[in-house]
Design a protein around this ligand. Structure first.
Ligand SMILES: Nc1ncnc2c1ncn2[C@@H]1O[C@H](COP(=O)(O)OP(=O)(O)OP(=O)(O)O)[C@@H](O)[C@H]1O
Ligand SMILES: [Mg+2]
Length: 325
């Protein structure tokens, strides 16, 4: 499958994130002639970012797998009445012919597109952790807390926490996200709803995590931790049309979460994972041997790392969504 590294559509407001490219779709009306909410086209490319650096080597097909997994969860979250979401459709037909160009054709985008409601993004990463790993483990070993939340003594790597915890981070446009306490998060969104907004986000994030973890576990995946984003829908002029936050972005994918194999789970050691951990470990080995310093540009990935990453993302898709989608 040819990889899609970047896109170039004849649509306004292009924004290239680390993995997704987004554009604004032309305004439209519903069957009764009323304007629909403003719509965004989000394209999952095959770019991979690690340690906040976009690597020069794409993972061919990763964007399609991410789209399948995120779409599955967004629909599931709506079906379970856990939160409204930004998802409208994955239909390519809604993209006008004039949008396509010589370098970005309709065929290239098949399976990678999400049309969603444009939102004012709430600048908080809503992180939920159910297990101890990564930066959380490091902090716990140093201080006995994770993001200022005190935890019982004696926990070991990859241990399940007594209950899932909500550990917000600021969403920074350029640079690493920074963990903050709940009170700081309330302060950070004081103009958008402050504490009462943060309480809603915490409640929604935790309930999605709890329900989705139970579902995933039955499919053989432990959702060790994950990150959600929320926003307020806006109209074509950019005015907020509802102050009920909706779930945006991707959700519960191997890019935004730690996915572990439930059958191999054994605390006290690193876990077999279906996420970016495999690439991170390879990159850490380059760092350890002085071949990379985690700054941009990142190194090229060897074929075995590309194949291993794709295999893990495919396993995650197969377990969660099924083989036939
Ligand atoms: N419904 C939505 N309305 C507006 N923006 C959205 C919506 N859903 C997702 N986004 C934004 O689209 C971008 C998706 O691209 P991607 O995840 O590749 O970017 P990123 O590199 O993680 O984010 P950023 O560039 O903001 O650091 C994110 O900035 C995300 O906040
Ligand atoms: Mg992102």
């Amino acid at each position: 499958m040819p990889a899609v590294f970047e896109t170039d559509l004849a649509l306004p407001n292009k924004r290239a994130g680390k993995v997704r490219d987004t554009y604004t779709l032309p305004p439209s009306t519903d069957l009764l002639g009323n304007p629909t909410s403003s719509r965004m086209l989000m394209i999952a490319t095959d770019r991979l970012s690690a340690f906040d650096v976009i690597l020069p080597t794409p993972i061919p097909g990763k964007g399609k797998l991410l789209t399948q997994i995120a779409t599955f969860w967004l629909r599931w979250i709506e079906d379970q009445h856990l939160s409204p979401t930004h998802l409208i459709t994955n239909e390519l037909d809604l993209i006008p012919d004039e949008a396509f160009t010589n370098s970005t054709t309709r065929t290239m985008l098949e399976g990678r597109t999400t049309i969603c409601k444009i939102c004012k993004v709430i600048p908080i990463e809503c992180v939920v952790r159910g297990y101890l790993e990564g930066s959380g483990l490091k902090e716990y070993q140093a201080t006995g807390t994770v993001c200022q939340v005190p935890l019982p003594e004696g926990l070991t790597q990859a241990d399940r926490l007594p209950e899932p915890i909500f550990t917000p981070a600021t969403k920074i446009d350029h640079g690493h996200d920074q963990n903050i306490g709940f009170d700081q998060a309330c302060e950070h969104v004081v103009d958008l709803g402050g504490r009462s907004l943060m309480e809603t986000l915490r409640e929604r994030s935790l309930s999605i995590y709890v329900a989705a973890s139970a579902y995933a576990k039955d499919q053989g995946i432990i959702l060790a931790d994950t990150k959600f984003e929320f926003g307020f829908p806006v109209d074509d002029q950019g005015n907020i049309t509802s102050h009920d936050p909706i779930l945006i972005d991707e959700a519960l994918t191997p890019d935004s979460s730690r996915f572990w194999s439930a059958t191999d789970y054994q605390p006290g050691q690193p876990q077999r994972s279906f996420d970016k951990q495999f690439v991170r470990e390879y990159l850490e080995s380059l760092v350890a041997s002085g071949q990379w310093d985690k700054s941009s540009p990142g190194p090229q990935l060897p074929d075995a790392i590309i194949a291993g990453t794709l295999e893990r993302y495919t396993q995650a898709r197969n377990l969660l969504v099924g083989l036939t989608h």
